[in-house]
Write a protein that binds this ligand. Sequence first.
Ligand SMILES: [Zn+2]
Ligand SMILES: [Zn+2]
Ligand SMILES: [Zn+2]
Length: 333
Amino acid sequence: MSEFRKDPLSDHWVIIAPNRAERPEQFEIGSSKRTPGRCPFCRGHEEDTPEQTAAYDASGKMIEQGAWQIRVIPNKYPAVENVRQSRPARNDFFETRHGVGIHEVIIECPDHVTAFSQLNDQQAALVFRAYRDRMAHWRGDPRLAYAQIFKNSGASAGASLEHAHSQLIATPVVPTQLETELHRSAEYFQLHRRCVFCEMVDRELKEESRLITQTEDFVAFCPFASQFPYEMWVLPRQHSSHFEFAEDGKLAGLAAVVRDLVGRVEYLLNEPGFNYLIHTSPFGSTHLRHYHWHVEIFPRVSRTAGFEWGAGDYINIVTPEQAAAMLRSAQMP
Ligand SMILES: [Zn+2]
Ligand SMILES: [Zn+2]
Ligand SMILES: [Zn+2]
């Protein structure tokens, strides 16, 4: 059974989820080498996982059975539990909530492909459409306030299985990081009557030094105050607050950009693990003028050490300008 606990000093929520400790580790401890064994995510091994909550065929149509291209299943070792909402509990000091929520795995392809960059454009587009559809689905659930889509790729990035997959964790609380971005962007809007993310896109396009790539609909750059070496953000050029309202065509374009960026990182940095995540508006809203959804990508090439743990601020040894220059020139083989 899991539980949300609020830290009385930082206001951070912590999910205490002891059953996650039981999940199998497919990678050898301390290495990226996989131990041999049957992959539960491959087509034909469906009985190794919980029953699917959704599946899509190659055209992106939702299917009940037959040849799936994307398969969504409940996480076998969930961080939060799909049970009835219970009242928040608070004694005179500690604040807790029952760990209600949704934890899903999105299996990105039926064959044993281990790198997102190895999916073709059509497969990658289906992955991002599945993200949107799952988010749109859970949006209607009154227990939930937010859904975080994320991908852990490689043992160093926290993946326990290598078959290409992503996850969704939907929670009754808005995560701390999101709260901070919402709060700051609302303040900026109050002051300047403009979305801070739209401003960021304009500035990066103008300054060019941190730009990596751009398309008709998206701009990718290393953010001005990147916390990590080679950190990359992808933003829609047009103001858009909710990822779950994005159209198919836009998502195909986004998937191609993310795949391109991940490919550049793999080529440039010898295939490090990486995480990416989607930040978007909370479920309780339909249009926000101050918030703008985006994708953040973090190659795992540095370690978080004592200073960062203590300060919550980061030391980044690669300038974002230098990182962007290298990423711009990275040629895919
Ligand atoms: Zn597999
Ligand atoms: Zn905007
Ligand atoms: Zn963000």
